[in-house]
Design a protein around this ligand. Structure first.
Ligand code: ZJS
Ligand code: ZN
Length: 366
């Protein structure tokens, strides 16, 4: 392993934006495929490999007018990948295996604190219920803890915007129940799903309810262009963290008023470089909005989004940010250290700070 690779792997890290089913690794996919050979799923269908835009360009064979495709089309093509993964992960046994593998992989990558998020799913064919879904993820977190995996894990229940306002309200009730019954393992609510579907205004009552009952809110916001109105509404709640926020600032079609709102509340941003480049909302790493917010000194946390789908890990994302924006190892240490203050587990922050300080000397003697 190169010295720089080793540094970023050993760097203690905080992962705040990881969708469970988007984080499934190649080796776990292989185990799932072996369990369900009748589905005829190949790995190419569950991941967007390197070569960035290549996968989407390849689909231009079927879509000759690819370069005129709308954001909606690109988004829907990208989101197909989750439908395939969901077919592979449809029993409690699958969820338990997937969640434990994902947690162990983040730990092996040097992540000391992980906030996983996932959409509770009911599967008629296997009898899995939404409640059992969440219970099983919680069970995976507990088992990893008992097995001594060196990572603290908390869970955000996800609302998929494609499922509408009524389901969102039910999900908030479920999340509230689990927040109360899991001794603090469920810490918040995520709003995600294909950003080109539905409108944020429909989710305001559910999000407000979640906030009022003590759930922290992490909202995917301005992930695609032309959502300034929606972002304005959602920022008024206000959320506790923002996922992506790619099109918030004026240079990319957002507005100063959106930026001012984010700044006023000091709302941390979860930034996922490879996800945005491969998802084609950002044209290249150097154009990523990380720089805009980082230079402003705004709390910015590097995250993976879907490490399995985008074939990456958090060490690689840190290394990419450092090389793209010419940041030093000390800068990256500070970035990972500051991320502790953006977690939804205030009870763990002091312990995490301590851990960082203990690891610092060994890290800089590499
Ligand atoms: C494909 C692409 C460009 C995605 C990146 N950006 C994303 N934006 C919004 N929602 C997402 C994204 N990645 C994953 N998700 C959500 O996470 C789900 C998969 O994880 P899970 O089943 O909730 O455990 C997806 O179905 C979707 O609802
Ligand atoms: Zn996301």
């Amino acid at each position: 392993m190169e010295e720089a690779d080793l540094f970023y792997r050993q760097l203690p890290k905080v992962e705040l934006h990881a969708h469970l089913n988007g984080s499934v690794s190649f080796s776990t996919i292989e185990k799932l495929v072996a369990r369900k050979p009748h589905l005829n799923i190949e790995h190419g269908m569950t991941a967007i490999r390197s070569g960035q835009r290549r996968t989407l360009d390849e689909s231009a064979v079927d879509y000759p007018e690819f370069h005129t495709l709308t954001t909606e089309c690109i988004s829907q093509m990208c989101f197909q990948v989750f439908k395939v993964i969901h077919q592979l992960v449809d029993t409690e046994e699958d969820i338990l295996m997937v969640a434990k593998d994902v947690i162990r992989e983040f730990a092996a990558d040097g992540v000391k604190y992980l906030e996983l998020r996932s959409t509770p799913r009911k599967e008629k064919t296997t009898g899995m219920t939404k409640r059992r879904y969440v219970e099983t993820v919680i069970e995976a977190i507990r088992q990893c803890k008992n097995e001594g995996v060196d990572i603290e894990v908390r869970f955000l229940v996800a609302v998929d915007r494609r499922n509408g306002a009524e389901v969102a309200m039910e999900t908030v009730k479920l999340a509230e129940d689990f927040m109360l019954s899991t001794g603090g393992l469920v810490v918040g609510l995520d709003l995600s799903g294909d950003p080109t579907v539905g409108h944020g205004r429909d989710f305001l009552p559910a999000l407000q309810k979640a906030k009022n009952c003590g759930l922290k809110l992490s909202l995917h916001l301005s992930e695609v262009p032309s959502q300034a109105d929606e972002s304005e509404l959602l920022l008024n709640i206000p959320p506790d963290r923002i996922g992506h926020g790619t099109f918030l600032h004026p240079e990319v079609g957002g507005s100063q008023s959106l930026v001012d709102k984010v700044r006023k509340h000091n709302t941390p941003l979860e930034l996922c470089l490879t996800s945005n480049v491969k998802g084609q909302t950002v044209s290249s790493y150097s154009q990523h909005h990380f720089l805009y917010w980082y230079q402003m000194g705004h709390p910015s946390v590097i995250c993976t989004d879907d490490k399995g789908v985008f074939c990456t890990d958090l060490s690689q994302e840190y290394q990419l940010a450092a090389s793209t924006f010419n940041l030093s190892q000390e800068d990256m240490w500070t970035l990972s250290h500051k991320a502790i203050d953006c977690t939804f587990a205030p009870d763990l922050q002091q312990q995490l700070h301590q851990k960082w300080l203990e690891l610092q000397p060994t890290l800089f003697q590499l």
